[in-house]
Ligand binder design. Structure first.
Ligand code: ZN
Length: 126
């Protein structure tokens, strides 16, 4: 599965495989180098980890009052859609990764959603 890429430091053609050392400049191929797919994959992975965290903090602060809460809910939906595994189908996940990412996405978003519901139920002081 090793294709050729251009070294990000000196543009010499090298293998895209992780850990490949460029013979020209000594650059070591890292996880986020080369392959565009791998870059998107890295971005997606970061989204999966950070989005629920950001949403959680947003909702936590937004729950102060009704109006900030509306904004918090909008941000939650926006981020949930942006980080949906459906948008990253072209990265060709393995079966395990597919299940893993969908599981994380559904779990974190349903937890956040129930957090929103409980804030709304509790209501706000006038
Ligand atoms: Zn190089």
């Amino acid at each position: 599965m090793s294709s050729l890429i251009n070294c990000p430091d000196c543009n010499h053609e090298i293998l895209s495989r992780l850990g490949t050392v460029c013979p020209e400049c000594g650059h070591t191929v890292g996880y986020f180098d080369g392959d565009k797919k791998r870059k998107i994959y890295g971005k997606f992975f970061a989204l999966t980890i950070f989005v629920p965290f950001i949403s959680f903090i947003t909702i936590l602060f937004a729950s102060q009052n009704k109006y900030t809460m509306y904004i918090g809910i909008a941000i939650f939906f926006y981020l949930a859609i942006k980080s949906c595994p459906l948008l990253f189908k072209n990265i060709l996940f393995s079966k395990f990764e597919k299940i893993f990412f969908w599981f994380i996405w559904i779990l974190s978003n349903s937890l956040l959603f129930s957090m929103i519901i409980s804030v709304l139920r509790k209501g706000f002081e006038a």
